[in-house]
Design a binder for this molecule. Structure first.
Ligand SMILES: [Zn+2]
Length: 257
Protein backbone atom coordinates (compact mmCIF):
# COMPACT_ATOMS: atom_id res chain seq x y z
CA UNK A 1 0.00 0.00 0.00
CA UNK A 2 1.31 3.38 -0.88
CA UNK A 3 0.00 6.06 1.42
CA UNK A 4 2.84 8.46 0.91
CA UNK A 5 2.39 8.99 -2.82
CA UNK A 6 1.76 12.45 -4.09
CA UNK A 7 -1.04 12.51 -6.60
CA UNK A 8 -0.22 13.42 -10.16
CA UNK A 9 -2.16 14.33 -13.24
CA UNK A 10 -1.80 11.26 -15.39
CA UNK A 11 -3.06 10.50 -18.81
CA UNK A 12 -1.72 7.02 -19.43
CA UNK A 13 -4.85 5.21 -18.41
CA UNK A 14 -5.71 4.03 -21.86
CA UNK A 15 -9.01 2.23 -21.87
CA UNK A 16 -9.03 -1.38 -23.04
CA UNK A 17 -12.11 -0.38 -24.98
CA UNK A 18 -9.88 1.95 -26.96
CA UNK A 19 -7.50 -0.89 -27.77
CA UNK A 20 -10.12 -3.34 -28.97
CA UNK A 21 -9.61 -3.25 -32.70
CA UNK A 22 -11.59 -6.31 -33.69
CA UNK A 23 -13.82 -9.00 -32.40
CA UNK A 24 -13.60 -12.64 -33.46
CA UNK A 25 -15.90 -12.20 -36.45
CA UNK A 26 -13.84 -9.29 -37.66
CA UNK A 27 -10.67 -11.33 -37.25
CA UNK A 28 -11.98 -14.33 -39.16
CA UNK A 29 -13.05 -12.18 -42.06
CA UNK A 30 -9.74 -10.40 -42.39
CA UNK A 31 -7.52 -13.38 -41.72
CA UNK A 32 -8.39 -14.58 -45.21
CA UNK A 33 -7.21 -11.32 -46.69
CA UNK A 34 -3.87 -10.88 -45.11
CA UNK A 35 -1.45 -12.79 -42.95
CA UNK A 36 0.18 -9.47 -42.13
CA UNK A 37 -3.04 -8.16 -40.74
CA UNK A 38 -3.40 -11.30 -38.66
CA UNK A 39 0.05 -10.83 -37.16
CA UNK A 40 -0.74 -7.21 -36.42
CA UNK A 41 -3.98 -8.25 -34.83
CA UNK A 42 -2.37 -10.86 -32.61
CA UNK A 43 0.19 -8.35 -31.44
CA UNK A 44 -2.31 -5.68 -30.55
CA UNK A 45 -5.59 -7.35 -29.72
CA UNK A 46 -7.28 -6.82 -26.43
CA UNK A 47 -10.62 -8.36 -25.64
CA UNK A 48 -13.07 -8.45 -22.83
CA UNK A 49 -15.72 -10.76 -21.50
CA UNK A 50 -18.27 -10.07 -18.84
CA UNK A 51 -19.68 -12.29 -16.11
CA UNK A 52 -21.79 -11.89 -12.98
CA UNK A 53 -24.26 -9.30 -14.16
CA UNK A 54 -21.64 -7.08 -15.73
CA UNK A 55 -19.76 -6.60 -12.46
CA UNK A 56 -16.63 -8.65 -13.23
CA UNK A 57 -15.04 -7.99 -16.58
CA UNK A 58 -12.00 -9.84 -17.95
CA UNK A 59 -9.63 -7.83 -20.09
CA UNK A 60 -6.95 -9.62 -22.07
CA UNK A 61 -3.94 -8.42 -23.97
CA UNK A 62 -1.16 -10.69 -25.14
CA UNK A 63 -0.68 -13.28 -22.40
CA UNK A 64 -1.97 -11.08 -19.61
CA UNK A 65 -5.47 -10.97 -18.14
CA UNK A 66 -6.95 -8.47 -15.72
CA UNK A 67 -10.20 -9.40 -14.01
CA UNK A 68 -11.91 -6.19 -12.97
CA UNK A 69 -14.27 -6.65 -10.02
CA UNK A 70 -16.55 -3.69 -9.41
CA UNK A 71 -19.30 -5.63 -7.69
CA UNK A 72 -19.43 -3.17 -4.81
CA UNK A 73 -19.02 0.00 -6.85
CA UNK A 74 -20.44 -0.34 -10.38
CA UNK A 75 -20.40 3.46 -10.63
CA UNK A 76 -16.58 3.32 -10.78
CA UNK A 77 -16.55 1.21 -13.92
CA UNK A 78 -14.90 3.87 -16.05
CA UNK A 79 -12.01 4.36 -13.63
CA UNK A 80 -11.65 0.61 -13.24
CA UNK A 81 -11.67 0.06 -16.99
CA UNK A 82 -8.95 2.65 -17.47
CA UNK A 83 -6.92 1.12 -14.65
CA UNK A 84 -7.31 -2.38 -16.12
CA UNK A 85 -6.09 -1.07 -19.48
CA UNK A 86 -3.08 0.53 -17.85
CA UNK A 87 -2.25 -2.68 -16.00
CA UNK A 88 -2.45 -4.69 -19.23
CA UNK A 89 -0.21 -2.23 -21.02
CA UNK A 90 2.41 -2.25 -18.27
CA UNK A 91 2.29 -5.89 -17.24
CA UNK A 92 4.80 -7.09 -19.87
CA UNK A 93 7.02 -4.03 -19.33
CA UNK A 94 7.28 -4.57 -15.58
CA UNK A 95 7.81 -8.31 -16.12
CA UNK A 96 10.74 -7.44 -18.38
CA UNK A 97 12.16 -4.84 -16.01
CA UNK A 98 12.09 -7.37 -13.18
CA UNK A 99 12.92 -10.47 -15.22
CA UNK A 100 14.94 -13.15 -13.45
CA UNK A 101 15.95 -16.62 -14.56
CA UNK A 102 13.42 -19.42 -14.00
CA UNK A 103 10.71 -17.09 -12.64
CA UNK A 104 7.44 -16.56 -14.51
CA UNK A 105 5.37 -13.80 -12.89
CA UNK A 106 1.59 -14.25 -12.63
CA UNK A 107 -0.19 -13.56 -15.92
CA UNK A 108 -3.63 -13.09 -14.38
CA UNK A 109 -4.34 -10.21 -12.02
CA UNK A 110 -7.54 -9.32 -10.19
CA UNK A 111 -8.27 -5.62 -9.79
CA UNK A 112 -10.92 -5.22 -7.13
CA UNK A 113 -12.49 -1.90 -6.21
CA UNK A 114 -14.22 -2.01 -2.85
CA UNK A 115 -16.67 0.31 -1.15
CA UNK A 116 -14.56 1.78 1.62
CA UNK A 117 -14.03 5.03 3.49
CA UNK A 118 -10.39 4.34 4.37
CA UNK A 119 -7.12 3.18 2.85
CA UNK A 120 -5.84 3.62 -0.68
CA UNK A 121 -4.75 0.36 -2.25
CA UNK A 122 -3.08 -2.90 -1.33
CA UNK A 123 -1.96 -6.13 -2.93
CA UNK A 124 -2.31 -9.67 -1.68
CA UNK A 125 -0.92 -12.30 -4.00
CA UNK A 126 -2.37 -11.52 -7.43
CA UNK A 127 -5.26 -9.40 -6.16
CA UNK A 128 -5.02 -5.62 -6.12
CA UNK A 129 -7.64 -3.95 -3.94
CA UNK A 130 -8.42 -0.25 -4.29
CA UNK A 131 -10.64 1.77 -1.95
CA UNK A 132 -13.53 3.66 -3.52
CA UNK A 133 -13.15 6.78 -1.41
CA UNK A 134 -9.61 7.36 -2.69
CA UNK A 135 -10.66 7.12 -6.32
CA UNK A 136 -13.61 9.41 -5.73
CA UNK A 137 -11.31 12.03 -4.18
CA UNK A 138 -8.32 11.42 -6.48
CA UNK A 139 -9.56 10.02 -9.78
CA UNK A 140 -6.30 11.20 -11.42
CA UNK A 141 -4.24 8.82 -9.26
CA UNK A 142 -4.40 5.93 -11.71
CA UNK A 143 -0.63 5.41 -11.32
CA UNK A 144 -1.31 3.64 -8.03
CA UNK A 145 -2.18 0.62 -10.19
CA UNK A 146 1.41 0.53 -11.48
CA UNK A 147 2.77 0.48 -7.92
CA UNK A 148 0.44 -2.38 -6.94
CA UNK A 149 1.07 -4.28 -10.17
CA UNK A 150 4.79 -4.23 -9.36
CA UNK A 151 3.96 -6.03 -6.10
CA UNK A 152 2.06 -8.74 -7.99
CA UNK A 153 5.03 -9.25 -10.30
CA UNK A 154 7.69 -9.00 -7.57
CA UNK A 155 6.37 -12.03 -5.68
CA UNK A 156 8.99 -11.51 -2.97
CA UNK A 157 8.97 -13.94 -0.05
CA UNK A 158 8.24 -12.87 3.53
CA UNK A 159 11.28 -11.35 5.17
CA UNK A 160 12.22 -9.10 2.26
CA UNK A 161 13.05 -5.66 3.66
CA UNK A 162 10.02 -3.35 3.44
CA UNK A 163 12.02 -0.52 1.93
CA UNK A 164 13.30 -2.70 -0.92
CA UNK A 165 9.80 -3.91 -1.83
CA UNK A 166 8.17 -0.48 -1.62
CA UNK A 167 11.16 1.40 -2.99
CA UNK A 168 11.25 -0.68 -6.17
CA UNK A 169 7.46 -0.34 -6.58
CA UNK A 170 7.66 3.46 -6.42
CA UNK A 171 10.88 3.57 -8.47
CA UNK A 172 9.02 1.87 -11.32
CA UNK A 173 5.91 3.95 -10.84
CA UNK A 174 7.52 7.36 -10.39
CA UNK A 175 10.84 7.23 -12.26
CA UNK A 176 9.93 4.81 -15.08
CA UNK A 177 6.17 5.13 -15.62
CA UNK A 178 5.73 8.80 -14.74
CA UNK A 179 9.22 9.90 -15.77
CA UNK A 180 9.75 12.03 -12.68
CA UNK A 181 13.14 13.78 -12.38
CA UNK A 182 15.54 13.10 -9.50
CA UNK A 183 14.50 16.24 -7.62
CA UNK A 184 10.89 15.01 -7.44
CA UNK A 185 11.80 12.53 -4.73
CA UNK A 186 11.70 13.58 -1.06
CA UNK A 187 14.78 13.42 1.17
CA UNK A 188 13.68 13.48 4.82
CA UNK A 189 16.31 14.89 7.20
CA UNK A 190 16.87 11.65 9.09
CA UNK A 191 19.59 9.05 9.17
CA UNK A 192 18.85 6.11 6.90
CA UNK A 193 15.54 7.64 5.81
CA UNK A 194 15.45 5.22 2.88
CA UNK A 195 14.02 2.75 5.42
CA UNK A 196 10.73 4.67 5.05
CA UNK A 197 10.38 3.03 1.63
CA UNK A 198 8.08 4.45 -1.04
CA UNK A 199 9.19 7.65 -2.79
CA UNK A 200 12.10 8.22 -0.44
CA UNK A 201 13.62 4.81 -1.18
CA UNK A 202 12.65 5.17 -4.85
CA UNK A 203 14.67 8.39 -5.18
CA UNK A 204 17.65 6.70 -3.53
CA UNK A 205 17.42 3.76 -5.93
CA UNK A 206 17.11 6.19 -8.86
CA UNK A 207 20.32 7.93 -7.78
CA UNK A 208 22.12 4.62 -7.28
CA UNK A 209 21.04 3.48 -10.74
CA UNK A 210 22.21 6.66 -12.46
CA UNK A 211 25.24 7.53 -10.35
CA UNK A 212 26.77 4.69 -8.34
CA UNK A 213 25.61 1.27 -9.35
CA UNK A 214 23.83 0.88 -12.69
CA UNK A 215 21.78 -2.32 -12.65
CA UNK A 216 21.43 -2.31 -8.88
CA UNK A 217 17.60 -2.44 -8.98
CA UNK A 218 17.77 -5.56 -11.10
CA UNK A 219 20.27 -7.12 -8.69
CA UNK A 220 18.13 -6.20 -5.67
CA UNK A 221 15.08 -7.68 -7.36
CA UNK A 222 16.89 -10.91 -8.15
CA UNK A 223 18.24 -11.30 -4.62
CA UNK A 224 14.88 -10.44 -3.03
CA UNK A 225 13.00 -12.92 -5.21
CA UNK A 226 15.39 -15.66 -4.20
CA UNK A 227 15.13 -14.73 -0.53
CA UNK A 228 18.83 -13.86 -0.52
CA UNK A 229 18.87 -10.09 0.07
CA UNK A 230 21.93 -8.83 1.93
CA UNK A 231 23.11 -5.26 2.58
CA UNK A 232 26.54 -6.33 1.33
CA UNK A 233 25.20 -6.07 -2.22
CA UNK A 234 25.71 -2.31 -1.99
CA UNK A 235 29.41 -2.68 -1.24
CA UNK A 236 29.78 -5.20 -4.05
CA UNK A 237 28.05 -2.92 -6.56
CA UNK A 238 29.32 0.49 -5.49
CA UNK A 239 32.30 -0.02 -3.19
CA UNK A 240 30.49 1.73 -0.35
CA UNK A 241 28.21 0.49 2.44
CA UNK A 242 24.50 1.30 2.39
CA UNK A 243 24.52 3.89 5.20
CA UNK A 244 27.37 5.82 3.64
CA UNK A 245 25.62 5.85 0.27
CA UNK A 246 22.44 7.25 1.81
CA UNK A 247 24.39 9.96 3.64
CA UNK A 248 26.11 10.97 0.46
CA UNK A 249 22.88 10.98 -1.55
CA UNK A 250 21.03 13.01 1.09
CA UNK A 251 23.87 15.53 1.40
CA UNK A 252 24.36 15.94 -2.32
CA UNK A 253 20.68 16.30 -3.24
CA UNK A 254 19.31 18.15 -0.22
CA UNK A 255 21.68 21.02 -0.96
CA UNK A 256 20.28 21.32 -4.50
CA UNK A 257 16.77 22.16 -3.30
ZN1 LIG B 1 3.33 -0.89 -1.98
Amino acid sequence: MNQSCRTEQLCNGQSPRDTVIADDTFLNMHRRHSILFFVTFVLTVASQTTTKADSIVSFKRGKATVNLDINEVPELKEWGTNAAGLALEWHPRICNLLATKDVTPPKTVTLRIIKSEKGIASTQGTTITVSSHWIEKHPEDIGLVIHELVHVIQGYPDGTPFWITEGIADYIRRAIFEGQPQDFFPIPRQDNAYLQGYNTAAGFLFWLESDRGPGIVKSLNSMARNGEYKDTLFVEKTGQPLEALWSEYAKEHSSNR
